[in-house]
Design a protein around this ligand. Structure first.
Ligand code: MSP
Length: 521
């Protein structure tokens, strides 16, 4: 069992044949927010992402590019590291499946499966979709143009007939069903769990786990004519990065089983059927949780290279700002559902929630402190019930946000934070500190102090979502670097008399100019 304070979170490893797009950025962003939250909450975090570099699809792409697959993957894997940097992702490790540590782990897992009597040699005759690197039954296919057969994912399948090693997946039905019944539920959201349960109840066939018709992959130990099935290779990355096969090592003992594998809904079955079955068959623990999120469309249309509407995260960042994009992606759509990306929705969120919401509240309060309290944190007097109510709401946020994030409900966590921003706005309007300046300066000090303390809570708790903007807010409140974790929420307050730097706006309004040309104000 992993250590109780450990939190091991993983993204899928990305196919290097594609350039990074909004879908990849979204999955990793969700993990980044959780990793940052858990670190600030005092957990020992391991956050893993990386690239999936083997298989027929990548081999084909390298051939099209006229270069050797290793040189090709070296080149394109870098795009995903660049994305991680541009999105300010805080991953602790970046795995590439072509690394020696991974080849070693895959071969060790294979041997362990073999030793457990879970692997046998046979021959495969059936349909395979290179685009998905997946096998399909005849009954799953539909007729496509030119007599081609099409998988439910839309990928074209081809007939494959070759010798193959098989994994005895058919023996794992009962134990998988027991696994899905565990509490807390290892597959989320609930609808996805039901989907997997009914798939497994329908019966499982043994799985082909090696191919002989291409070379770009990890050779089967003892029979190098066979290359391991790319999904067996890819899934193993999660234990490679935890130090497997060194199961007595401190990394493995601390972090395995993973707390959460974050995946898109299209790769649910690989993660919740094949992966736990491989692990249990090898005598290893299955992951504690797999969460399958939805897909983004662009202005109502499926995102695809063919339609030319792929959304490049780097362009979004340039156009709207990094923290604005991070906020939007996790706020706009209930996590788990599909979502539509539109320029209008993005601008609404930037202006309503960030510029007019958090940005405006902070700016109003900090400006008043700067102008009316000599730029230092004011000394509070006795608190009124209205002061207490706002402070109690702010102090309750940590537990609420934690509870929502434990369920990967990012939108609800942000809702809770924005409720307090709304309460802060109402408090400013009711208390009118600008009038108190003349009539009751001591009361003005108390009101501004309560507001500054509320903003401290908001800024500390929004750090995982918007690391740069929140850290600027904390700079304006002169909160020391060591006091920005969640333990400081309860144990510290702003010290009266602390001098504060002159505040500046943190969230500019997005202003449309002229014929659809947009600039940031
Ligand atoms: N290489 C496999 C994963 C192996 S994990 C052991 C793979 N790679 S992928 O690059 O095709 O996809 C990675 C992730 O991106 C998936 O979780 C997928 O759901 C996600 N997305 C791809 N397009 C997407 C959208 N349009 N919207 C949201 N996420 C989508 O699968």
């Amino acid at each position: 069992m992993s250590a109780p304070d450990a939190y091991y979170i993983t993204t899928p490893i990305y196919y290097v044949n594609d350039s990074p797009h909004i879908g990849h950025a979204y999955t990793t962003l969700a993990c980044d927010v959780l990793a940052r939250f858990m670190r600030l909450d005092g957990r020992r975090v391991k956050f893993l992402t990386g690239t999936d570099e083997h298989g027929q699809k990548v081999e084909q792409k390298a051939r099209e590019a006229g270069i050797d697959p290793q040189a090709f993957t070296d080149q394109v894997s870098q795009n995903f590291r660049d994305l991680a940097k541009a999105m300010n992702f805080s991953n602790d490790d970046f795995i590439r499946t072509t690394e020696p540590r991974h080849v070693r782990a895959c071969q060790a897992l294979w041997r362990q499966l073999e030793a457990a009597g879970q692997v046998y040699l046979g021959s495969y005759a059936g349909w395979y979709a290179v685009a998905d690197e997946a096998f399909y039954d005849e009954g799953d296919l539909t007729a496509g143009p030119g007599g081609k057969k099409i998988a439910p994912s839309g990928a074209v399948v081809e007939w494959v007939e070759e010798p193959s090693y098989f994994f005895r997946l058919s023996q794992w039905q009962d134990r998988l069903l027991e696994y899905y019944a565990r509490t807390p539920c290892p597959v989320a959201p609930e609808t996805r769990r039901n989907e997997v349960v009914s798939f497994v109840k329908g019966g499982l066939k043994d799985l082909s786990i090696s191919r002989t018709t291409f070379k770009w992959g990890i050779p089967v130990p003892g029979d190098p004519a066979h290359i391991m099935y790319v999904w067996l290779d890819a899934l193993t990355n999660y234990i490679t990065a935890a130090g497997y096969p060194d199961v007595d090592g401190s990394d493995y003992r601390t972090f395995w089983p993973a707390s959460l594998h974050m995946v898109g809904k299209d790769i649910l079955r690989f993660h919740t059927v094949y992966w736990p079955a491989f692990l249990m068959a090898a005598g290893l623990e299955p992951p504690q949780r797999v969460f399958a999120h939805g897909w983004w469309t662009n202005e109502g249309q499926k995102i695809s290279k063919r339609l030319g509407n792929v959304i490049d995260p780097l362009e979004l960042i340039k156009k709207y700002g990094l923290d604005q994009v991070r906020y939007f992606l996790l706020r706009e759509v209930p996590f788990g559902n599909d979502g539509d990306f539109s320029h209008r929705a993005m601008v609404n969120r930037i202006n309503a929630d960030l510029a007019n919401g958090l940005g405006n509240l902070a700016q109003r309060v900090l400006k008043m402190i700067n102008g009316s309290c000599g730029g230092t944190v004011p000394e509070p007097g006795p608190l009124t019930p209205a002061d207490e109510a706002l402070l109690t709401a702010a102090q309750g946020l940590h537990a609420r946000v934690r509870q929502e994030l434990e369920q990967q409900a990012f939108h609800k966590a942000l809702d809770a934070l924005w409720e307090v921003i709304g309460a802060g706005d109402r408090f400013v309007n009711d208390q009118k500190p600008w009038s108190l300046k003349k009539t009751d300066p001591a009361r003005m000090n108390t009101v501004l102090c309560v507001l500054a303390e509320t903003i401290r809570h908001l800024a500390i708790l929004t750090q995982p979502f918007m690391p740069q903007a929140s850290s600027r807010l904390l700079d304006f409140l002169a909160v020391a670097g060591t006091d920005r974790n969640f333990a400081a929420l309860a144990s510290r307050t702003l010290a009266p008399g602390t001098s504060l730097p002159a505040p500046e706006g943190v969230f500019p309004r997005y202003v449309e100019e002229g014929e659809g040309v947009a600039v940031r104000a």
